[in-house]
Design a protein around this ligand. Sequence first.
Ligand SMILES: O=C(O)c1ccccc1NCC(=O)[C@H](O)[C@H](O)COP(=O)(O)O
Length: 229
Amino acid sequence: MQGLIQVAGVIDQAEADLIVEEGADWLGFALRLPAKNEDLSEAEAKAIVSRIQPECKGVIITYLTEADETAAFCAELGVGAIQMHGDITPAELRRLRRIAPDLYVLKSLVVKTDNITELAGIVEDSAEWVDMFITDTYNPATGAKGATGLVHDWDVSAELVRISPRPLMLAGGLGPDNVAEAIEKVRPAAVDAHTGLENATGRKDRLKVRTFVAEARRAFNRIGAGVPR
Ligand SMILES: O=C(O)c1ccccc1NCC(=O)[C@H](O)[C@H](O)COP(=O)(O)O
């Protein structure tokens, strides 16, 4: 799976329609977060997912760490992919693969200033049960591990691309102005953006989404990643 573009943090149907129209491949719905500050209800997400699929894939972004609850939640919402942003163990990932073998599993690797060794260990221990890794940015000021709007050290992500037996999605502070440079430096299989595509009211800005998708596609073509399907 190469050259894939995800837009995360879908708020409602109108925003999902905008993202689909502008050509993203996957749409991320942040649900069951520790702070319980979801942008939409689970029922709303389920309804949107049923309308965007199969043209686009709906992905749940969550901090769940337990395989049974995760599998049941994905089945309830009708999604075929889950982005595990919490500290799920390799044992639970293995159980998830056994319970839901067709579920596409992304596992986050949250980049801090000095944790490449720890992240390499997570890759080694969990790659067998994961379909794709996603590198994202830690914000030490707030403790947030996602939707920070901050870039991290892309050399760390580039190194993880080199050592990971699974494809890697790059996230964290990406937007129309830096996604091409990020793709060329890191050479990921996929990119993701959330806050960098919003306007001042916190909704996705059509021009930002359009430019992000176009810039990412051009850069993926330049590195020979092509179009996924
Ligand atoms: O998207 C969220 O609301 C979210 C909340 C808590 C943890 C992770 C979350 N999203 C993960 C993503 O895939 C984001 O798109 C990613 O963190 C990039 O966000 P940004 O830096 O704002 O582009």
